[in-house]
Design a protein around this ligand. Structure first.
Ligand SMILES: *[C@@H]1O[C@H](CO)[C@@H](O)[C@H](O)[C@H]1NC(C)=O
Ligand SMILES: *[C@@H]1O[C@H](CO)[C@@H](O)[C@H](O)[C@H]1NC(C)=O
Length: 391
């Protein structure tokens, strides 16, 4: 029984660590930023992702938007981009201003790109009038894009525009942009810009889809990734102690039923995310998820079909129950790591989870040794008193 303490402490720690994942990151603010040419803007925004900043003034009498966008490329020699998407909310269809440092001249330059689709990024004039385009490379390694934009009448009458921003790792010698990463921060770098009141809709931090992905990650990492293995450890090792019978059994059932309940919730969020993401399918993550759900459901129902200890089928039931159980533990951990590679949270979350699994593995090894000692000792005691050999 005493052995359940480290496991519950672990579980608690992991809950805490994962809860921190959804707390928004602290960022520097735009309000102190100055420009070398003394440009002044009426409003500035700390954009919610990619540590980017946006300064602007809007003159509604002639629908002129004057902007400055500041961000650091993801690698030195990379690019930064700010775009208006006149028709949709994402990257496809956006009209982009891109800045990078020309490696030959060392000067920051601005170019315009028409991003008609993800595969077609063409250097081209924009669909609306843009002038006074300049770029500046700043002392902290970031780049600033300046421009004045004539907002088309239909967008101006809405009072808001869809903005998209991005950072990339490099620029080819011919001026082609090296693809940006597809981490969560690169996918949530968009929002609507309220021209009159000067705020961006996603300024609260994380959009709903990202929040759903984080919830999906937390529920599944806690259930399939931590509680199921802990429940298996309880079943395998704690019952070796005679004094822990039948408490280990209830603890095991409690642990696995709660893991199953949380896991099913997490599984449901996964299906929903899968349905929402047309075009991108993470098929192995999805198939392992479905397999896990089936195996775990069979395990839960098999609890009710469990033959009693003396029954001749109990032997076969044990084989099935253990093999399904180990399969769930292994597939669960594998799928949590697959999930990390898809969601790509900060590296510390992956390493926190890895450390948890390593600790659970170390605890299991230790308990395995202790169990052998206990079992061998018990056997030798039994052989000393053969008339009392009933287990
Ligand atoms: C709009 O008005 C501002 C001053 O309020 C001026 O600087 C800008 O050039 C005007 N834009 C156009 C397109 O006329
Ligand atoms: C950098 O500047 C040189 C000289 O103006 C020009 O020939 C070259 O195309 C530029 N390279 C890029 C990637 O813009």
């Amino acid at each position: 029984m005493a052995l359940s303490a480290p496991a519950s402490v672990k579980t608690f720690l992991c809950f805490t660590l994962w809860a921190l994942l959804i707390s928004p990151a602290v960022s520097l603010t735009c309000s102190g930023q100055k420009f070398t040419k003394n440009q002044v803007f009426s409003t500035c925004l700390d954009l919610p992702s990619l540590s980017s900043f946006f300064h602007f003034s809007y003159d509604s009498s002639n629908t002129t938007l004057s902007v400055a966008f500041i961000a650091a490329p993801s690698k030195p020699g990379g690019w930064v981009a700010w775009a208006i998407n006149p028709k949709a909310t994402g990257m496809a269809g956006s009209q982009a201003l891109v800045a990078y440092k020309n490696s030959t001249t060392g000067l920051a330059v601005v170019r315009t790109f028409d991003i008609s689709s993800y595969s077609s990024i063409v250097a081209k004039d924009l669909s609306f009038e843009v002038w006074d385009k300049t770029a500046e490379s700043r002392s902290d390694g970031s780049l600033a894009i300046f421009a004045k934009i004539k907002i088309p009448a239909d967008l101006a009458s809405n009072g808001e525009i869809n903005q998209v921003w991005q950072i990339g790792p490099g620029v080819g010698a011919d001026g082609t942009l090296v693809k940006h990463e597809f981490a969560v921060a690169n996918l949530q770098s968009k929002g609507t810009l309220d021209l009159k009141n000067g705020h961006t809709s996603s300024s609260s931090g994380v959009d709903t889809r990202t929040k759903n992905k984080n919830i999906h990650g937390i529920l599944n990492a806690v259930s399939w990734g931590i509680l199921f293995p802990v429940g298996a450890i309880i079943a395998r090792y704690i019952r070796a102690f005679e004094s822990a019978d039948p408490a280990w059994f209830y603890l095991h059932v409690f642990c696995q039923i709660s893991a199953y309940a949380i896991g099913v919730a997490g599984w449901g969020t996964g299906l929903k995310l899968g349905n929402q993401s047309s075009g991108i399918t993470y098929s192995s993550h999805r198939n392992i998820g479905i397999t896990l759900f089936v195996l775990a459901t069979v395990q839960v129902f098999a609890l009710f079909l469990r033959p009693n200890k003396e029954h001749k089928y109990r032997f076969y039931w044990n084989i099935y129950h253990h093999s399904f159980g180990y399969a769930i533990v292994v597939l669960g951990i594998v799928n949590v790591f697959k999930g990390f590679n898809i969601l790509r949270p900060d590296y510390k979350w992956k390493s926190a989870y890895t450390n948890t699994i390593i600790s659970l593995g170390a605890i299991s090894l230790l308990l395995e040794a202790v169990t052998w000692v206990v079992v061998l000792k018990r056997r030798s005691e039994i052989s000393k008193k053969p008339h009392d050999g009933k287990q």
